[in-house]
Design a protein. Structure first.
Length: 378
């Protein structure tokens, strides 16, 4: 052996404990990211697994080796569940249960038959498969934070590959029955790689969590809470200093008689009208368009790469779509309408503020001409 196997296992246990405690404290600070708590739980199970392997390295016991292998694979299943929570924002219970049942059977059947070497070998191969699946799950979510997620996926892959030599060496010595606990260069390598991987995954996990929390704070600061659209600050920060081409159009919307809706139908109905209008905008706007709520009942839609006639068609779809919505108030169902001002960039150099002022001027024309219509600035 390169180093004492028991010392390596104890070091792994302490690393897993430190990871579990750190992740749990991190989750307590916000209690929003459940994949962090799941990670912490998996690391806690990992502590129990390493404790079992440490004891088994000194006093070889058939049942302890079996349980330790199940605990180790169980911790990796929990890591896989945490990866699913991270990338999918939900826990796929059926998939995790199938993976858990298949892993438990693969490891337990050889032990039940009395073949502890085969059970340990299948445990190593199962662990490799579970860690590779976890690495792939993280790699799927690399778009969120490429550096951190790619690093986590790489460490999971490296740790997974370190289990394969352990299985091979058990097979070469005796594929069925163990006379002594598994030990040798493969187990030492696996422990060292596991220690490096566990430490690195813990550090990158914390960095990834902080990056996600920071991004969520930015999104909350830039999002209108009622409608889920961007707020005024966000849209102005995005476009105010950018030059506006002749193929950019701006639509400004104002819900007609909104104060009367609040007075007659109740403020809850007014809020519902705002939410419903935001849904209509999302449904009809082009994918590249930017929608925002910029005031009480005022909305803005920026349409890149759209000239006046194209923007007019979008405005009409939104106006007509909202006019056909049936809203619910204190006195039953009612309809609401919206007026729209349109402005498009010209051949001369434009800026966003000027384009927005022209759309505002057009909006007043639409309201003065009877509301529930689109007016274009000329």
């Amino acid at each position: 052996m390169f180093v004492d196997q028991t010392s390596l296992l104890l070091a792994l246990g302490f690393a897993a404990f430190a990871l579990s405690a750190t992740l749990f404290v991190t989750w307590l600070a916000s209690r929003t990211e459940w994949f962090i708590l799941t990670w912490a739980t998996g690391a806690g199970v990992l502590v129990a697994a390493f404790a079992g392997f440490s004891i088994n390295a000194v006093i070889h016991h058939y049942g302890l080796l079996w349980v330790s292998n199940l605990l180790l694979s169980g911790s990796f299943i929990i890591f896989f569940a945490a990866a699913c929570l991270f990338t999918e924002q939900r826990l796929p219970r059926a998939r995790v249960m199938i993976v858990a049942a298949a892993s438990a059977l693969t490891i337990s059947v050889p032990f039940v038959l009395g073949f502890d070497a085969l059970g340990a070998m299948m445990g190593n191969l199962t662990n490799a498969a579970l860690l590779l699946a976890t690495a792939w799950q993280f790699w799927r979510g690399r778009a969120e934070a490429m550096v951190w997620v790619a690093g986590i996926a790489a460490l999971y892959t490296l740790t997974a590959l370190s289990f394969i030599p352990c299985a091979v060496m058990i097979y070469l010595k005796d594929p069925l029955v163990l006379d002594v606990p598994p030990s040798g260069w493969a187990e030492d390598l696996n422990s060292i790689v596991g220690l490096i991987g566990l430490t690195g995954i813990g550090a990158l996990s914390l960095a990834l969590n902080q990056a996600r929390v920071a991004r969520q704070h930015r999104e909350e600061a830039n999002t209108d809470e009622l409608t889920g659209l961007l707020n005024r600050r966000a849209v102005f920060e995005r476009f105010r200093n950018l030059p506006v081409s002749s193929n950019t159009s701006v639509l400004v919307f104002d819900l007609d008689h909104f104060k009367a809706i609040n007075d007659r139908q109740g403020h809850a109905a007014g809020d519902e009208a705002l939410r419903r209008f935001a849904q209509v905008v999302r449904h009809h706007k082009p994918s590249e368009a930017c929608a925002a709520r910029i005031g009480g009942e005022e909305f803005l839609l920026v349409l890149p790469n759209m000239n006046g006639p194209q923007a007019l068609a979008v405005a009409e779809h939104i106006r007509s779509g909202f006019a056909h919505e049936i809203l619910q108030g204190t006195h039953g169902g009612f309809r609401a309408t919206v007026s729209v001002g349109l402005s498009s960039g010209s051949e001369d150099a434009e800026n966003f503020d000027r384009l927005l002022r022209r759309a505002d001027d057009a909006l007043y024309v639409a309201k003065n001409n009877g509301r529930n219509r689109v007016a274009a600035w000329t």
